[in-house]
Design a protein around this ligand. Structure first.
Ligand SMILES: [Zn+2]
Length: 341
């Protein structure tokens, strides 16, 4: 089969579209013919190499996948060959105390498709049957491949852990990222007032179309000062920050007393300067989140399938043009997701 593989870490040029052996469905697994996958930041971090994390090479990344079940292990039931499906990219054991409590992403053996096993930048991917979710005919493969990772991440962080409530003010940094486009819609659906930042007015206008109420261009305005001005010095109830190093202290300053700062990533660096006074004097809660539980996944995908939440697709590229896709994401020249088919 054709797949995108890298044998060493580096820039987009290490990604090779090439022929590799077909995977097989092991016990408890299904084999999916991938009709679409999408690019996430985890793919880029794995391609570049991450300090302290050994990535076995050669590697096929790609955590999101939508396609058709082509083969099932004999012990799999409840699914059928030929079914249109997507996946929850997170795999938890189902047996430990965290899984028993419904917190699958805190599982001691939590693993990701495309990180701990071969991913979906390929014509075929084998995955455990328990992460497979059938999709309705009203959803395209491209939409089904754009949604899971970013919508699960945003939902679990904001709804389950961040406990956002109707009427609250929510600030989302970096409106154009995949998680940002999901976070705006989830906050709006909940009944929050949504503040967003972006690097240019075009992205801000698109964020407004998704439901953002108040727009801040962070190139022309310091967003924490603007938040204080817009909220009459109060600050917002919730800040969503996956930018990291460049924004962290300003995020803390933007929260109201007792507010929550939610973090699910650090695209500009993971070791920011911090200011503990902003946390203890102002009683700000910092809440970390990664991925989410199977319950979160089913809840958020239900909203996607009903059309209440819409995956935002910047463009669709053929899998062989994956290098271009990675370049566009790294240049932040995208609004929403890049899908590969
Ligand atoms: Zn577990």
């Amino acid at each position: 089969m054709k797949a995108v593989v890298f044998e060493k870490h580096g820039g987009p040029e290490v990604l090779e579209y090439t022929e590799v052996p077909e995977p097989k469905a092991g016990p408890g697994e299904v084999l999916i013919e991938v009709k679409a996958t999408s690019i996430n930041h985890i793919d880029i971090f794995l391609r570049r190499g991450m300090p302290g994390i050994k990535v076995p090479l050669p590697k096929i990344v790609g955590s999101d996948a939508a396609g058709i079940i082509r083969q099932m292990a004999p012990d799999v039931s409840g699914l059928t060959v030929g079914q249109r499906v997507t996946i929850n990219p997170g795999i938890s054991c189902g047996r430990c105390e965290f899984c028993a409590a419904g917190f699958g992403s805190q599982c001691t053996s939590y693993a990701m498709v495309g990180e701990n096993r071969d991913g979906a930048y390929a014509e075929l991917v084998a995955v455990p049957a328990h992460i497979v979710l059938p999709i309705p005919d009203s959803i395209s493969f491209e939409e089904a491949a754009a949604a899971p990772l970013v919508f699960l991440t945003a939902w679990s962080m904001m709804v389950t852990k961040g406990n956002i409530r109707p009427g609250e003010d929510v600030l989302i940094l970096g409106a154009g990222a995949g998680v940002g486009t999901a976070a705006i819609q989830i906050a709006k659906m909940t009944g929050c007032r949504v503040f967003v930042t972006a690097s240019n007015d075009e992205k801000l206008e698109r964020a407004r179309q998704l439901g953002a109420d108040l727009l801040i261009n962070y190139k022309t305005e310091e967003f924490d000062k603007k938040i204080r001005e817009l909220t009459n010095k109060r600050g917002v109830d919730v800040v969503v920050d996956y930018i990291g190093a460049d924004t962290w202290v300003r995020s803390l300053r933007s929260a109201c007393r007792g507010g929550r700062v939610l973090t699910c990533g650090a695209t500009t660096g993971f070791a920011p300067q911090t200011d503990l006074r902003q946390i203890f004097f102002r009683q700000v809660q910092v809440i970390g989140s990664t991925m989410g539980s199977q319950r979160d996944f089913l809840d958020v995908m239900k909203c996607v399938f009903r059309g209440q939440l819409k995956p935002v697709i910047d463009r669709v590229l053929p899998l062989r043009e994956v290098r271009r896709g990675h370049e566009l994401v790294e240049e932040r020249a995208v609004f929403g997701k890049i899908v590969l088919n």
